[in-house]
Design a binder for this molecule. Structure first.
Ligand code: AGP
Length: 619
């Protein structure tokens, strides 16, 4: 998730654009750049790292420059470095583009453009857009005026698959900014004799609160005194502006009270982004970033999953899923234990390391231990330029965008989605004959993956009921989360969410273990959340919950829509039905919302809970 800003008007375009970009630095910060139209050329300045590095390189005399677009990067394709920083140019240097999103067919487009003589200067998918527009200009031949450039951009976008918020400036139309939006947010700020663009509302609020939210398929041409919006065929569209009433702090969270709730709402989009470019229209799963041949995959006789915290909980789901499909031994370990356990590893072991930040000290140490012992390491990681992403033998990016709230929410769903993709991919390409996945089952799993974002959206519409329940649950002094198999993995993550932001003691237990001790703690004021989403163990679950009920604990059950509500339940949450292995992904959304609202009810600090850090870079 990168940050884009732009300006056109009589003000100091570079200064305004860069200042606005700083309001978006939370969206991505591994490099930044600005392009601006001066009298005879489109100039570009870029720098690795934070925006302040870019400011140090800007021209001293920036007066009289009325058009600029800028970008702060969250790398998805290509290392974080100056060459890969946006803006990117075409061969002529006459136009510059900035982009937020993923061009899924960039490799194919790049090959075609190189074959036509275009020369690329970066590893990014974005640069493909610049050369594609240049190619369309050459074909159209009338790019010496605004409408010609607009047509060339619109035609180029018909060749593009993927998501984009795109801004373009061209020397052929120096007093214009061209923008387009498909699945990545982009807004227009309307001023007097000036207009603004940005990825998010906070970036323009110091200049205007009168904004237009572009919709998917919108294309717009901005001049200092006009904004013309069309579809990609050039047909005019009407988009009503609205007045932003949020204060600055709220605006950075998209009008939400906390980053955590904003990121919970981003869960559907996050799962879509993790699937993007991997789950093809024909149902095939492609993992181009993984450099292993079929023989190399075959040679991995064992898989060891290693992570911390939420990422470890995702690994618990991954273990069950991989073993279910691959029928190969899979273990899952907490990184801080793994690194000191003298693990039995060899060249036939694949060590899968999961991490949102890619900087967790214990997980990095586990990677080094695994590599020292000759194992192959595969990182499932969110931050592209992180140490884990750089040093692992292979990387599968979760593509969740920056996660700001310390309590991990969307990153967990992205990690699960990546594990599901990997498990299905390995099973589908397993020549050993051990895997248990028929063609029909594979396609059934693929259909279930495609349904997940909409199912998450349906759960989020129930938020009000979770907020109401939270007021009741906030009165409890202790929580147990119980489950069996995949539901036990859900218990682990749900308990962590509750304890880390509400500060109420919460622990997860395999449901069958309660009578081996923990049941002694059950009394009035103890809440027990029982996950009942696994049909083959639900009967046992209900009898475990009845043991709790008999000791006057409060019972909250999580069931699949349509399943019978256990009569011992005081409260029941239902989630849409999906594959048993995918239930931990859907079950976690109500748990995240419940923990969030309990913490709000208790007046806790939510985005930065006490004693915790977003990335634990120390042992
Ligand atoms: C979970 O909400 C916490 N943020 C924490 O457990 C986190 O998942 C853990 O520290 C691992 O971080 P990583 O994914 O960045 O490696």
């Amino acid at each position: 998730m990168c940050g884009i800003t732009g300006y056109i008007g009589s003000g100091s375009a570079i200064e305004i654009t860069i200042n606005n970009l700083k309001r978006l630095e939370y969206r991505g910060y591994d490099s930044a750049g600005v392009a601006y139209s001066s009298t005879d050329a489109v100039s570009i300045v870029r720098a690795p790292g934070k925006i302040k590095n870019l400011e140090a390189l800007l021209p001293t005399s920036v007066e009289g420059i009325g058009v600029a677009i800028a970008h702060t990067r969250w790398a998805t394709h290509g290392r974080p470095c100056e060459e890969n920083a946006h803006p990117h140019r075409d061969c002529t240097g006459q136009l510059a583009v900035v982009h937020n999103g993923i061009i899924e067919n960039y490799a194919e487009l790049r090959r075609e453009l190189i074959a036509k003589g275009h020369e690329f200067a970066s590893e990014t998918d974005t640069e493909t857009l610049a050369h594609l527009i240049e190619e369309m200009c050459a074909l159209e031949g009338d790019c010496d005026k605004t409408e010609g450039v607009a047509n060339a951009i619109r035609k180029a976008l018909h060749h593009v698959k993927g998501s984009y918020a795109l801004a373009v400036i061209s020397q052929d139309s120096p007093d214009t900014v061209f923008v387009a939006r498909k699945e990545s947010p982009l807004i227009i700020g309307l001023g007097e004799g000036e207009n603004f663009i940005a990825s998010d509302i906070p970036a323009v609020m110091r200049y205007t609160r009168n904004v237009v939210l572009l919709e998917d398929g919108d294309f717009a041409i901005l001049t200092p005194n006009s904004v013309t919006i069309t579809d990609f065929e050039g047909n005019p569209l009407e988009r009503k502006p609205f007045l932003v009433t949020w204060d600055d702090a709220a605006a950075e969270k998209g009008g939400n009270a906390h980053f955590m709730i904003k990121e919970i709402y981003e869960n559907p989009r996050t799962v879509r982004e993790t699937l993007r470019g991997r789950l093809m229209d024909d149902g095939e799963i492609v993992l181009p970033s993984l450099p292993f041949s079929a023989e190399q995959w075959q040679a991995f006789r064992r898989i060891s999953i290693v992570a911390c915290g939420t990422a470890y909980h995702a690994g618990v789901v991954g273990k069950s899923f991989f073993e279910q499909l691959l029928r190969r031994p899979v273990e899952v370990n907490v990184a801080s234990e793994f690194r000191y356990s003298d693990p039995i590893l060899d060249k036939e072991t694949l060590v899968v390391l999961i991490s949102q930040s890619g900087e967790t000290a214990d997980t990095l140490a586990a990677m080094r231990e695994a590599q020292h012992k000759g194992a192959t390491t595969l990182a499932i990681v969110n931050v592209v330029g992180s140490t884990l992403a750089r040093d692992a033998d292979a990387v599968l990016l979760t593509q969740a965008g920056p996660e700001i709230g310390v309590a991990s929410t969307k990153a967990y769903l992205a990690q699960l989605t990546a594990l599901y993709l990997l498990g299905l991919y390995l099973a589908r390409h397993d020549a050993s004959g051990n895997s248990r996945l028929t063609e029909a089952e594979y396609h059934s799993y693929v259909s279930a993956l495609r349904e997940l974002p909409a199912q998450i959206e349906a759960i989020i519409t129930q938020e009000a009921s979770y907020s109401q329940l939270a007021e009741e649950l906030a009165k409890h002094h202790c929580f147990f989360y119980l489950g069996r198999r995949y539901d036990f993995a859900s218990s682990l993550e749900a308990a962590l969410k509750m304890k880390e932001i509400s500060y109420i003691h919460a622990e997860a237990y395999p449901a069958g273990e309660m009578k081996h001790g923990p049941l002694a703690l059950v009394e009035p004021g103890v809440a027990v959340v029982g996950f009942c989403t696994q049909p083959d163990t639900n009967e046992k679950m209900v009898s475990n919950l009845k043991e709790v009920k008999a000791r006057e604990g409060t019972i909250i059950t999580v069931i699949r829509e349509g399943d019978e509500t256990p009569d011992c339940a005081d409260y029941t949450l239902s989630v849409p039905i999906t594959k048993e292995a995918f239930m931990p992904l859907l079950s976690m959304v109500p748990m995240q919302l419940l923990a969030y609202h309990v913490a709000r009810t208790l007046g806790c600090e939510i985005d930065q809970p006490r004693n915790l850090a977003k990335s634990v870079t120390v042992e």
